[in-house]
Write a protein of this length. Structure first.
Length: 151
């Protein structure tokens, strides 16, 4: 069994605007990282993200950034069943679609094959789906869906 997932959403904004809302820590902190983001997503950088529902800032390693096209990240798997720590890979793709909209796809892979990893991957799938919904509502309507959601 290969534990991985893919989620996606169409955002009614141009690719550059959507890409910047993810890459720029100030924007990301408005709608996703409820405890804040530090550091711009650039190839080779290590940034920190903090969430009220997962307290304690943690490192996110930026593997590759192709502006307005792709962001590839690695971060520690939250896998209580693992004998040793390991990372999973997150790939975000930004594609222009008709009407000046952007298709954002987020895939996560690299999970080990155990019950803890299966459970953790479901949690991350939920989190990335929530991120896409929050991104859409933030960019299209200026509303922070996550405000007060976890505290």
């Amino acid at each position: 069994m290969d534990l991985k997932f893919r989620v996606f959403a169409n955002i009614s904004k141009p690719v550059h605007e959507v890409f910047e809302a993810v890459a720029d820590p100030q924007q990301l902190s408005h709608y996703f990282t409820t405890g804040g983001a530090k550091g711009r997503l650039e190839t080779g950088a290590t940034v920190t993200w903090d969430f009220h529902d997962f307290p304690g800032a943690f490192p996110v390693h930026v593997i590759e950034v192709v502006p307005d096209e792709r962001i590839v990240l690695e971060w520690k798997a939250n896998d209580p069943g693992a004998e040793a720590d390991y990372n999973v890979t997150v790939t975000m793709a930004f594609k222009p679609v008709a009407g000046g909209r952007t298709l954002v796809e987020i895939a996560e892979e690299g999970w080990r094959e155990n019950q803890g990893a299966l459970h953790a991957s479901y949690g991350n799938c939920q989190g990335w789906t929530g991120m896409l919904l929050a991104l859409k509502v933030w960019l299209e309507h200026g509303i922070n869906l996550r405000e007060g959601l976890y505290k």
